[in-house]
Design a protein. Sequence first.
Length: 275
Amino acid sequence: MNATLRAVLAPAAMSADASPPLIAIDGLEKSYRSHDGSRVRALGPVTLDIRQGEFLTIVGPSGCGKSTLLKLLAGLIHRSAGTIRIGGREIVGPQQDIGVVFQAPVLLPWRTAVDNVMLPADVQRQDKAKSRARALDLLALVGLRDFAGKYPTELSGGMQQRVAIARALMHEPSTLLMDEPFGALDAMTRESMNVEIRRLWAEAGKTIVFVTHSIPEAVFLGTRVLVLSNRPGQIAELIDVDLGPDRSLDLVASDAFGVFTKRIRRHFQARGAIE
């Protein structure tokens, strides 16, 4: 992919920061073989640069490849074409430098909150004392230090998802990939989690890529919003969200917030494909 085309597809990244991107996606495609033997292109081509420390949110109609893109970034599935580089290294499989949080927290019911957070360290047979100290620090970061000894059944849905986020941070990844992590939560809990994840992002200094079906959520959280088209998902628009670093829920009622949500919604309102 030549430099001119990359600049057209990601002008904000090119102008705002001349340093190399943390994640460089170039001509990425994913196809699947259907039952009748034909190939169905689910995603791409997608070319995108993601900067160190940004919060990129991704929206698009159902089936456009949002989750597929996230799984490709995580190295969980193989791409059909193109390249993904993180820190200059090509992604060919799961990376320790990447944490993943899915919609369901998937906590082990027989382990306490702190033990669930420690799971990656236990798998890698790391020092238990050091791992426990880090797990407790991470629970404090997500506001659950006092619930370290509680089991998943003793935690609310939002609390369980916080434990899952802490677990994803256990191995100190530079990048956190989140696939609709708040989609199963009630509206009030989801709002509080949006505020919480913004705080966590600011304090932990991670790069976050966050998939959502909610346009307001994408705008509230993101420093940029990637809008994908219908399948095969391609970049319909890439929007810099200039709403400042400090965001409270009052922002949602502002005119500036409305401008961004309307800009994104125009891509989908004719089909009613997105919230």
